[in-house]
Design a protein around this ligand. Structure first.
Ligand code: C5P
Length: 276
């Protein structure tokens, strides 16, 4: 289902996050630490939910979509509004890429890359990500790291090594998980699955603005080319390709602010709750 701008609120989100996107709630990504819950949200909204280790039922909203579709910003906004945890799964692939690059592990050595992914020494704190005690939140947002992450993410061994870390993020009162395969592979029983899209021109322009705000020069043509390449690689890989789950709701954010997109998802979630 597509949602147009007409059925969404227009409250903009605050600026200034680690991706050049607003930081709305502590970023978490399945590491050793779980982010503290933001204050003030409603907690423990009722299921639909996913079983947490076979014990409690924990509600999950997944937000998948292509590069720079705004998933991270929107996931944090939804998590903050609901008072839930958030999982930025792309950060784990980026951390694996950074660690592999620094350790000199070749991009086609699946066994060693899986070992790097499985052994990541990461710590997540609000607005900061530490790899082996070093803050790398900005470093992993570099385009080269994202492109390498996308190559490593095509390897089944790497994906398998990161699966448990991602699922470990499922904790009460709820989880908003963003990535490529959150609704299809990692949390297939999620109560709401959003597939967030935006046309590639809008996405490249957003990314260019983010980079410019950080003082990093960016060429729109280069960004467009990289984005198309990465989308194609993510969508065409054999394992967990970028694709909407059969029961996902598609949302086009090309002409929406982040705040409008957050509101649209909250509306869908609340309607689903009311209709249960
Ligand atoms: O979302 P982000 O751009 O940070 O992700 C970096 C890369 O990691 C993506 O291009 C994609 O190849 C990979 N990724 C993935 N599955 C996820 C999240 C990210 O394959 N769930």
């Amino acid at each position: 289902m597509n949602h147009s701008a007409t059925d969404m609120s227009s409250s903009p989100l605050p600026e200034g996050g680690s991706r050049g996107e607003p930081t709305l709630a502590p970023r978490g990504a399945g590491g050793t630490a779980h982010p503290p819950l933001p204050e003030g949200g409603s907690r423990g909204e009722p299921t639909p939910a996913v079983k947490d280790g076979g014990c409690a039922a924990v509600p999950v909203i997944t937000i998948d979509g292509p590069t720079a579709s705004g998933k991270g910003t929107v996931a944090h906004g939804v998590a903050e509004a609901l008072g839930w945890h958030v999982l930025d799964s792309g950060a784990l692939y980026r951390l694996t890429a950074l660690a592999a690059r620094e350790q000199g592990v070749p991009a086609d050595d699946a066994a060693r890359l899986a070992a790097v992914a499985g052994g990541l020494d990461v710590r997540f704190e609000p607005g900061c990500i530490y790899l082996c005690g070093r803050e790398v939140g900005e470093l992993i947002r570099q385009e080269e790291v994202g492109n390498l992450a996308s190559r490593l993410a095509a390897l089944p061994e790497v994906r398998a090594a990161l699966l448990a870390r991602q699922r470990a993020f499922l904790r009460p009162p709820g989880l908003v998980a963003d990535g490529r395969d959150m609704g299809t592979v990692v949390f297939p029983e999620a109560g709401l699955k959003i597939f967030l899209v935006a046309d590639v021109g809008a996405r490249a322009e957003r990314r260019r603005k983010q980079l410019m705000e950080k003082g990093i020069p960016a060429n729109l043509e280069d960004l467009l080319r990289d984005m198309r390449e990465r989308d194609a690689r993510d969508a065409n890989r054999k394992v967990a390709p970028l694709a909407p789950a059969a029961d996902a709701r598609q949302l086009d954010s090309s002409s929406l602010t982040a705040g409008q997109t957050v509101q649209a998802i909250l509306n869908i979630w609340r309607q689903a709750q009311a209709g249960r």
